[in-house]
Design a protein around this ligand. Structure first.
Ligand SMILES: Nc1ncnc2c1ncn2[C@@H]1O[C@H](COP(=O)(O)OP(=O)(O)OP(=O)(O)O)[C@@H](O)[C@H]1O
Ligand SMILES: [Mg+2]
Length: 274
């Protein structure tokens, strides 16, 4: 394991991550360091391995080669832990401080209330009164009506509402680390803009313990980049091809980046959200 002094403020450290599916190399040696409090956008062509990388960062997939270390916020100083070495109980400790907003909203059947309450009960261990308050606060935070929306069934939600509920469910967990997979894809500009603002607001608000939040967003949304100005990490051929500020990314003349920049609005507009 790396020296503690080097890694004190690191939230995520991926080293030489390689992954193939049936001989197809998807990740070809990803190196990535994310500091606590950073706002990072992971971009790159469709099918380029962004979701697969995200699945490695949350321990759902393990690398064929290389390793992924993530901060353990249950322990003072939040030391990095190699995800491949953890058992389910140890993974649960890390997950208690995470929230994940999936590419497909992945709401369960049941009401909005059920969807938000489940994690609060199972992951956070809150009692009923605290759950009720947290659900209200989270629904309100995403701009929905806390008096009516919690009672709605999943099937009654529009696409934009479902995205906001998915976000409310994540916010309610008060995560130190929050992952988003294409949170605005397929939304009309107004709803996309609302979600961008919410992501910014959640990121800027410290956790209940007063810690900075780390946000990792897989996206094709140029509007999100220009509004949030994240650090941009672009994957290409299974590697990190670009890593730097949004401004530099947007102005790049690279023959790899330019065609992708042109394609982004089309990829962003595709409704793959449901
Ligand atoms: N469980 C799996 N088994 C086999 N192949 C997989 C699996 N998961 C992903 N892949 C393949 O890995 C490649 C990368 O997929 P991934 O979903 O990470 O792309 P992406 O960059 O997220 O694309 P998009 O922008 O369209 O969401 C694709 O070719 C996909 O078919
Ligand atoms: Mg994807």
């Amino acid at each position: 394991m790396a020296e503690a002094s080097d890694t004190q403020s690191l939230e995520i450290l991926a080293e030489n991550v390689q992954k193939s599916f049936n001989e197809k190399h998807v990740l070809n040696g990803i190196d990535l360091k994310i500091e606590r409090g950073e706002l990072v956008a992971i971009v790159g062509e469709s099918g380029g391995g962004k979701t697969v990388l995200l699945q490695h960062l949350i321990g759902r997939l393990h690398p064929d080669e290389g390793r992924v270390l993530v901060a353990d916020h249950e322990v003072p100083g939040a030391p990095l832990k190699d995800l491949a070495t953890l058992d389910e109980a140890q993974m649960d400790e890390l997950r208690r401080h995470w929230a994940i907003v999936f590419q497909k909203n992945a709401l369960y059947t049941g009401t909005v209330y059920d969807n938000i309450a489940l994690g609060l009960e199972e992951i956070k261990g809150y009692d009923d009164a605290r759950i009720e308050k947290s659900v209200r606060d989270a629904v309100e935070a995403v701009g929905l009506d806390p008096d009516n929306v919690p009672q709605l069934e999943r099937e009654e939600l529009s696409g934009g509402m479902a995205k906001r509920v998915a976000l409310a469910r994540a916010i309610a967990l008060d995560p130190a680390l929050i992952f988003y997979d294409e949170p605005t894809t397929g939304l009309d500009p107004e709803h996309a803009s609302q979600i961008q603002q919410l992501i910014q607001r959640v990121h800027d608000r410290k956790t209940d313990l007063g810690m900075p939040r780390t946000s990792v967003i897989v996206t094709h949304d140029t509007g999100l980049l220009s509004r949030l100005q994240p650090r941009v990490v672009m994957l290409h051929s299974g590697k990190v091809f670009f890593d730097g500020p949004t401004e530099k990314f947007a102005q790049s003349a690279s023959p790899i980046i330019l065609p992708y920049l042109e394609l982004m609005p089309i990829l962003h507009g595709r409704d793959r959200s449901r």
